[in-house]
Design a protein around this ligand. Structure first.
Ligand code: BV8
Length: 314
């Protein structure tokens, strides 16, 4: 029977050197960022995993950019939570601890996690790169929000929706404003599918300043794209260096591969597994045993708690 005993976990943690953490969207939920599956994994009426593909970008670069511009905006307005800070503190105290994050929100970086111990499996919302085949332009730490004026989060509804016979444009717009409760001039929540999104002309989207032709895209790994080879190689080499004492699996549904596969690999290198997840059923691939731990609840609360014996109060 898997344990939820913080005391036995703390004992093992204090005796552990080679530790790996795999992070998912759940660690940033406490910072107010939606997970991929939290709301059924939807963004407006789209399955987020369907927007995070090269095909979606090819077909509708404006819609995909509105999805990413919204997530950049949300991430920039979010703050790292105690779980991000706790892992950063553990990394500062143990140079043999590495964090693999599936998240692209930049919150671990903003919690001052040592960057040489933080590995981004799926890229970063704040890296952008050119999509022209022959152009290698990219830039990191692009925190401009919006990245281009056309992607600004609207503060009021676009042109009144086409009105039906029995309503004037003003009446139609008023009824939509009322439905949205957006009388005052605040940012609209464009993740709400009731907000009409105006299609954007291609030339209004971010373009490459180097080749002048290519559209820029978010520097994230889309479904169907390979993960960064330097990251995969680093993790493979780190795993080969010897036995792993502990694997922390925090806030992930462990559904996305190859990231989720690292838990089994760590287990095969002797790691005891500790899962932190709001959903007690999301315990990752493979079966947890009595040698492992499952802590159910908010990572923002639990992670600093279970690491306290080594990092002290966060
Ligand atoms: C590749 C960046 C090959 C973009 C992302 C093997 C088997 C099956 C499928 C595949 C396979 N190998 C490859 C695939 C296909 C695919 C895949 O895995 N599909 C899935 C859907 C089945 N994988 C790929 O395409 C990968 N590429 O394999 O390439 C290749 C090789 C050579 C050449 C060409 C190709 C690329 C995958 C990367 C996709 N990009 N992100 C973006 O973010 O927009 S993945 C994206 O979704 C996130 O980064 C994240 O990784 C993932 C969502 O997962 P989670 O983070 O776990 O989030 P989720 O919402 O699912 O779960 C949240 C969890 O938190 C839940 O458990 C919840 O209970 C918990 N929680 C909620 N609140 C809290 C909490 N826990 C604690 N506290 C809380 N408060």
């Amino acid at each position: 029977m898997v344990s939820s005993d913080v005391r036995t976990f703390s004992e093992h943690l204090k005796g552990s050197k080679r530790i790996m953490a795999l992070l998912g969207a759940g660690i940033s939920a406490a910072s107010g960022l939606p997970t991929f599956r939290g709301a059924g994994g939807l963004w407006r009426s789209y399955d987020a995993t369907e927007l995070a593909t090269p095909e979606a970008f090819e077909a509708n670069p404006d819609l995909v950019w509105q999805f990413y511009s919204y997530r950049r905006h949300m991430a920039l307005n979010a703050k790292p939570n105690p779980a991000h800070y706790a892992l950063a503190e553990l990394a500062k105290r143990n140079k043999e601890f590495i964090t693999l994050t599936q998240n692209v929100d930049g919150l671990s970086q903003r919690a001052n996690h040592p960057l040489d111990q933080l590995h981004l499996l799926h890229g970063n919302l704040f890296t952008v790169k050119c999509t022209s085949f022959y152009c290698n332009y990219f830039r990191e730490n692009d925190f401009t929000d919006p990245i281009v004026p056309a992607l600004a989060i609207p503060k009021n509804l676009p042109e009144p929706p086409p009105y039906s016979d029995d309503k004037t444009a003003e009446e139609a717009s008023e009824s939509l404003q009322n439905a949205m409760g957006t009388g005052e001039q605040t940012e609209l929540d464009i993740s709400d599918e009731r907000i009409p999104l105006a299609p954007l002309e291609r030339e209004l989207l971010p373009h490459c300043p180097e080749c002048k032709e290519g559209l820029l895209r978010p520097g994230v790994v889309w479904f169907g794209e390979a993960l960064p080879s330097h990251t995969l190689d680093f993790v493979d080499d780190w795993m080969k260096e010897g036995r792993i004492d502990l694997m922390l699996v925090i806030g992930t549904s462990s559904r996305v591969m190859p990231a989720a596969g690292y838990t089994e690999m760590a287990r095969s290198k002797g790691a005891r597994i500790a899962v932190v997840n709001m959903d007690g059923k999301d315990t990752g691939p493979g079966k947890l045993t009595s040698q492992d731990w499952s802590f159910q609840g908010d990572a923002g609360v639990l992670v600093p708690e279970i690491l306290k014996s080594v990092i002290g109060e966060i």
